[in-house]
Ligand binder design. Structure first.
Ligand SMILES: Cc1cc2nc3c(=O)[nH]c(=O)nc-3n(C[C@H](O)[C@H](O)[C@H](O)COP(=O)(O)OP(=O)(O)OC[C@H]3O[C@@H](n4cnc5c(N)ncnc54)[C@H](O)[C@@H]3O)c2cc1C
Length: 432
């Protein structure tokens, strides 16, 4: 193994590059290369907080180059767009600056082992008008763009509420998965927090946040009692939940349902469905499923090429119970560590081991209002519902685990302390 190349420095890929760098890279057993389309990493489950301003992405982002320097791997900025399996190379698209001047030409990178970890995108299922009129939260760039749009919308609405007593700002989110539900609570929080910073004409009476879901209940992937608890909490915040509502078209005015009803929305967010990017369809002749995910064996090697692994949201692995490993940060985290262990085994000419997804439970954080979810494991003997402070602590610890994998315990403790200090010295919301 001369060159181990990881494409995508997200929840799974950056942890893997760090671990491989600290072992194989440090001992000069292999050259570790990480490729990402961006210069910095931000843990994706934080994106809705960035979008609403509850989190300043500038504070939590990590520079790939700095991480590479500290952990013995090489970083390459670039967007992979092709794979040449015959020559064992990946192709990176040219990079242009804002004025379309070429920064870097098309490049090729050779690999002996390749790990694809490029994540997923929201799936708008080709719904008419969705791309044109909806905001999506798939990347830091989109979250930053949404944040600017949101501040302008609230500013405009505050002005309108000053002039018209019965003014309503309608915001609608399609998709009642964790992203949609957490975002709805965050949007409510932002509106109430902004009042303290001078936008005090826009009260919660002027704001109507709606969640639109095609299924029977919110959080369909979670047990019904968690979904019911979250539903109750959202209703307390006056968030409207429209279950069994299928969106057929999106226009500038709002969402049109299958039965022709118009749901007015000044801000429209699409947070339903997951698919791997389109360029991955049949990538290099590898097996992909109908949503472009690379099909992998239980060893996490792709079905048609043992030198190529796929982890996280862009991979598709069926479990013994017939369901796929879910597209979640905890799966990406576990798979990163599993691929590391399998690369060690291959280096020692041993067979790779099968991966088994261990569901540690799911938590949904409703901004500062509440956290609900379930914990699974030996201690709880199956699934245990948690709410309130304990749930909030476990929710935060998921992110801390990611930080520990990237920086170790000492630095993570310092980061946690600096986060607390920032809460005292900085505004509660990012206001610009
Ligand atoms: C708002 C939100 C909240 C969420 N909350 C939770 C939660 O509470 N719990 C949970 O378990 N999961 C949650 N998830 C899901 C979780 O974020 C994903 O499952 C997880 O990030 C997947 O990890 P990954 O490594 O596969 O991909 P990602 O973390 O998405 O990383 C992919 C990386 O690949 C890079 N990339 C993409 N395309 C290319 C390319 N062509 N070339 C080079 N680089 C590329 C990207 O820049 C990115 O750095 C949430 C998701 C969202 C959007």
């Amino acid at each position: 193994m001369k060159n181990i190349v990881i494409v995508g420095g997200g929840a799974g890929g950056l942890e893997l590059a760090t671990k491989l760098g600290d072992t194989f890279g440090k001992r000069k057993q292999a050259s570790i290369h990480l490729v990402d389309a961006n210069n910095t990493h931000l843990w994706k489950p934080l994106l809705h907080e960035v979008a609403t301003g509850s989190l300043d992405s500038g504070i939590d982002e990590i520079s790939y180059r700095a991480q590479a320097h500290n952990h013995y791997f090489h970083f390459h900025i670039g967007r992979m767009n092709d794979l040449k399996r015959d020559t064992k190379e990946i192709v990176l698209a040219p990079i242009y600056d804002e004025s379309d001047a070429l920064v870097l030409p098309e490049r090729r990178l050779e690999y002996d082992k390749l790990i694809i970890a490029v994540g997923s995108q929201t799936n708008d299922f080709g719904t008419k008008g969705a791309k044109e009129f909806c905001s999506f939260l798939d990347s830091r760039e989109q979250a930053d763009r949404f944040h600017k749009k949101l501040l302008n919308t609230y500013l405009r609405a505050d002005n309108a509420a000053t002039e018209q007593g019965n003014y309503k700002l309608n915001i609608a989110i399609v998709g009642a998965g964790a992203t949609g539900v957490e975002l709805a609570a965050e949007l409510h929080n932002t509106a109430t927090q902004l009042a303290a910073y001078g936008l005090d004409h826009l009260t919660k009476e002027h704001l109507q946040v709606s969640i639109i879901e095609a299924g029977e209940r919110i959080l369909p992937a979670l047990p019904p009692r968690i979904s019911a608890a979250a539903h109750r909490e959202l209703e307390k915040l006056n968030i409207k939940i429209l279950n069994n509502t299928f969106i057929q078209e999106v226009t500038e005015q709002g969402f049109i349902t299958k039965d022709g009803t118009m749901i007015d929305a000044e801000l429209k967010i699409w947070a339903a469905g997951v698919k791997a990017p389109n360029w991955m369809k049949d990538l290099g002749g590898l097996e992909t499923n109908r949503v472009n995910q690379l099909t992998v064996k239980s060893s996490l090697q792709t079905t048609l090429d043992d030198d190529i692994f796929a982890i996280g949201d862009c991979s598709f692995m069926l479990q013994e119970n017939g369901t796929p490993v879910p597209p979640r940060a905890q799966a990406a985290h576990q798979q990163a560590y599993h691929v590391y262990k399998n690369l060690v085994r291959l280096q020692e000419a041993r067979e790779p081991k099968p991966y088994e997804y261990k569901d540690k439970g799911s938590l949904v954080n409703l901004s500062r209002y509440s956290t609900v979810g379930s914990l699974m494991g030996n201690l709880t003997n199956g699934s245990m519902m948690v709410e309130g402070r304990i749930a909030r602590i476990v929710y935060i610890s998921l992110y801390r685990l990611h930080q520990v994998a990237l920086h170790g315990y000492f630095k993570t403790a310092l980061m946690s302390l600096s986060g607390r200090i920032n809460k005292i010295i900085r505004p509660r919301l990012k206001l610009h």
